[in-house]
Design a protein around this ligand. Structure first.
Ligand code: HPA
Length: 276
């Protein structure tokens, strides 16, 4: 097996178990957040491998996140989809949070597309819009590279000037336009969660330059950049940040809003993957 760069042997044990069950060699990896699950239904010749069936693989505990790797073809490309991710707010360590990316990397991906549900901070955004990440703010105050072995080939002091691949960003924006989906290009701020923000925090994050807020993605993007993968990320705006509109935030409302656009999002991803 190639790409043996991680010290955590579980990664290679999991990859071996996957090799025993599929011979698909993926070039693109996708991590699906809330509202993006339909992407899996668009896969040709899908092979689903649940996290629970893989020894040493962490499993998901959050409602709305299934916990499977799904292999298949999307727009003629071999892909692996991580359906369900691990969050710091579950009390998970980075060794678990990053496991799907590490496994996908060991399997050979060169591009990673991250998706999530997020709260809109930019007053021009509306529920149901999309935001293509052009940059991010890590407000978790935890860096996923802490403890990673620094090597000549993989320095942990890695550049974060252009985390999100410009060419893929443009493709996503073009395909959104072609599909009639309202998409913005913006800055995402990751918080730890799991509580939602206060109105004062939302105002503060706006002043810091963030356009949307969520509880995932940034630490994954940093890690993927360290691995020198091409990275892209898209947020589905499920609500406006606390205090912007006159309503309370409810996890169930966020999930049900996220699911409203699943079919469109699935079509979008298919068209994007075809072009990268
Ligand atoms: N805040 C944080 N995370 C979120 C939100 C939010 O408003 N909406 C969806 N995920």
């Amino acid at each position: 097996m190639e790409r043996k760069i991680f010290e955590d042997e579980r990664v290679y044990d999991i990859a071996e178990q996957i090799y025993a069950r599929t011979d698909v060699t993926p070039s693109v990896g996708l991590i699906l957040g809330s509202g993006w699950g339909a992407v899996c239904r668009g896969l040709e010749e899908p092979i689903t491998i649940s996290y629970a069936s893989l020894q040493n693989m962490p499993t998901c505990g959050v409602k709305g996140h299934s916990g499977n790797f799904v292999f298949g073809k999307l727009g003629c490309k071999n892909v692996v989809v991580a359906q369900g991710r691990f969050h710091l707010y579950e009390g998970k360590e980075f060794s678990d949070v990053l496991m799907p990316i590490k496994v996908m990397y060991a399997l050979g991906i060169d591009t990673l597309i991250l998706t999530n549900a997020a709260g809109g901070l930019n007053r021009a955004y509306r529920r149901g819009d999309l935001m293509v990440l052009k940059d991010h703010i890590n407000f978790t105050f935890r860096n996923p590279l802490i403890g990673e072995k620094a090597t000549e080939e993989y320095p942990v002091f890695c550049d974060m000037t252009n985390v999100y691949d410009e060419a893929i960003r443009n493709i996503i924006l073009e395909e959104c336009e072609a599909l009639g989906l309202c998409a913005h290009s913006g800055v995402y701020i990751q918080v730890l969660g799991p509580s939602y923000e206060t109105p004062a925090e939302i105002q503060a994050f706006s002043k810091l330059g963030a356009d949307a807020v969520g509880m995932s993605t940034v630490v994954e993007a940093v890690f993927a950049k360290y691995l020198r993968l091409k990275v892209a990320a898209i947020s589905g705006i499920t609500n406006m940040g606390a205090g912007i509109e006159d309503e309370r935030l409810d996890h169930h409302d966020v999930l049900s809003q996220a699911r409203k656009n699943e079919e469109n999002y699935s079509m979008l991803i298919k068209r994007v993957v075809k072009r990268i």
